[in-house]
Ligand binder design. Structure first.
Ligand code: HEM
Length: 465
């Protein structure tokens, strides 16, 4: 019937170009959030000829990703995502292969301590390296902002390869910097246009840079895998790659091939570095911007922990600090549109019919800044996560890791890293605007790519001892 076939509303689209001329591709998440105020929580836009259903606001996103997890649980593999991984690995794959790789990654990373005590030990060790790096002022080929990314990538490297890298290791630096550039350029207007008109690829500078980065990363990771293969001892499994190599010897199914190994490792390394590194940078920027909040964090840390190393079990006694980390993640909103999904079957959702294979954007910006969920959605307000007695409270609309079947696989690890890195750095340093710059002048405008990172600017780390 007509009623059953009602499609989500949206702005009128032109042939071929769709709504491209009406949408500011430089800040697509914001434009879509604004459109949701006119068209409601489920609406349609056309990126060129491609139809996209946008889910906006906590209720719609949660209901789709969690209550209709299967229907909304496939990944949209855009042309550029296909160029990256050829449909293998975890991030940009679907079906049985994705299911098997995701399950294997989760169980193997947990076996190696993801989210457990062993990781806590590794992260606190890495905190010391990072603090040492911050204390050295001269003669370094990289900034402390980069060191934050290297520290985050060392946590995932230890799980993947059984070892950390020195921060000046050329392979580590090449891989992290290439991933950072790749994630940034993937969100650029020209790559969005490429996804609509893929034949444009070779003419686009950004696409050529991306393809070069992909090749470089593949050869670096292949070399690391080959070294591990050369020293493999099946009785002593050292890391994720070893576990995969051992599984290849007695595969339960045909998904354990070299491409799935290569791309799963590439996915976990990239997904685990950039996001965590940028989140931590945002936390520090907010502290420099709002010194009175930083003082409250430091007061709580001194009172509850003193100068010893912070442990995960301290978190429940540090409600204000915990609230500040949550609020930083909420306001920074680093993955504004999650990764695109696609419907795995026809579905009727909130009275609208959405056909199988339709691209779906779960607009996380509209969840983390939802005006009906947050008291002051656009300001930095740790009280969002505190009750009247100052105790930490969870909020349902806190969804920076998305939700449902494709939700972030590394959430537990990322939260542990953020808590331990942030508290260790704040015990040791006070973060301020540089001399001659006022707090008001610190810039919270994000640098927009596929993720939202802080704009490049200087901060001072002043020793507190
Ligand atoms: C603060 C840090 C992080 C944030 C904010 C974050 C956020 C996200 C988001 C929003 C998604 C997309 C979910 C969707 O499509 O609905 C995602 C997917 C993913 N994340 Fe994270 N992430 C973080 C850290 C990590 C870490 C440390 C790892 C690795 C251990 C990781 C591994 C992954 C993987 C493999 C996926 C793809 C899951 C799939 O397609 O099945 N992430 N993450």
């Amino acid at each position: 019937s007509r009623e059953q076939n009602r499609e989500p509303p949206g702005p009128r689209a032109f042939p071929l170009l769709g709504n491209l001329l009406q949408l500011d591709l430089k800040r697509l998440d914001k434009v879509l959030f604004d459109l949701s105020k006119k068209y409601g929580p489920v609406f349609t836009v056309y990126l060129g000829p491609q139809k996209v259903v946008v889910l906006a606001g906590y209720r719609a996103v949660k209901q789709a990703l969690v209550s209709h997890a299967v229907e909304f649980g496939n990944r949209e593999i855009t042309p550029v995502f296909h160029d990256f991984n050829q449909g293998h690995g975890i991030l940009f794959s679907n079906g049985d292969s994705w299911r098997e790789m995701r399950r294997f990654a989760l169980t193997t990373l947990k076996d190696f301590g993801m989210g457990r005590r062993i990781s806590e030990g590794r992260i606190t060790e890495e905190c010391q390296y990072l603090i040492e790096e911050f204390e050295q002022h001269k003669g370094k080929p990289f900034s402390n902002a980069q060191a934050i990314h290297y520290a985050a990538s060392n946590i995932i490297s230890t799980l993947m390869f059984g070892k950390r890298f020195d921060y000046d290791d050329p392979v580590l630096r090449a891989m992290v910097e290439a991933d950072k550039e790749t994630i940034h350029l993937t969100g650029s207007a020209s790559i969005m246009i490429y996804n609509v008109f893929p034949w444009l690829g070779p003419f686009l500078k950004n696409w050529r840079i991306l393809m070069k980065n992909v090749e470089n990363n593949k050869s670096n990771i292949r070399r690391i895998i080959a070294d591990l293969k050369g020293t493999l001892n099946p009785d002593m499994c050292r890391c994720f790659v070893d576990a995969f190599l051992i599984r290849q010897q007695h595969p339960e199914n045909s998904h354990y091939h070299d491409d799935n190994m290569l791309y799963s490792v590439i996915n976990l390394f990239a997904a685990g570095t950039d996001t965590t590194g940028h989140s931590l940078q945002w936390c520090l920027l907010f502290m420099a911007k709002y010194p009175h909040i930083q003082e409250q964090v430091q007061e709580e840390l001194s009172r509850v922990v003193g100068s010893r190393q912070v442990r995960m079990e301290d978190r429940k006694k540090l409600p204000f600090t915990d609230a500040v980390i949550h609020e930083s993640q909420r306001l920074a909103n680093i993955v504004p549109m999650a990764l695109p999904h696609t419907t795995s079957q026809d579905v009727t959702f909130q009275g609208y019919f959405i056909r199988k294979g339709t691209t779906v954007f779960p607009l996380l910006t509209s969840v983390l800044h939802d005006e009906s969920e947050w008291e002051s959605p656009h300001t930095f307000n740790p009280a969002h996560f505190l009750n009247e007695e100052g105790k930490f409270i969870r909020r349902d609309a806190f969804m920076p890791f998305s939700a449902g079947r494709r939700a972030c696989l590394g959430e537990g690890l990322a939260r542990m890293e953020l808590f331990l890195f942030f508290t260790s750095l704040l015990q040791r340093f006070r973060f301020t605007a540089p001399p001659g710059v006022s707090e008001d002048e610190l810039d919270l405008t994000p640098l927009v790519g596929f993720t939202l990172s802080p704009s490049p600017q200087e901060l001072c780390a002043v020793s507190r001892q």
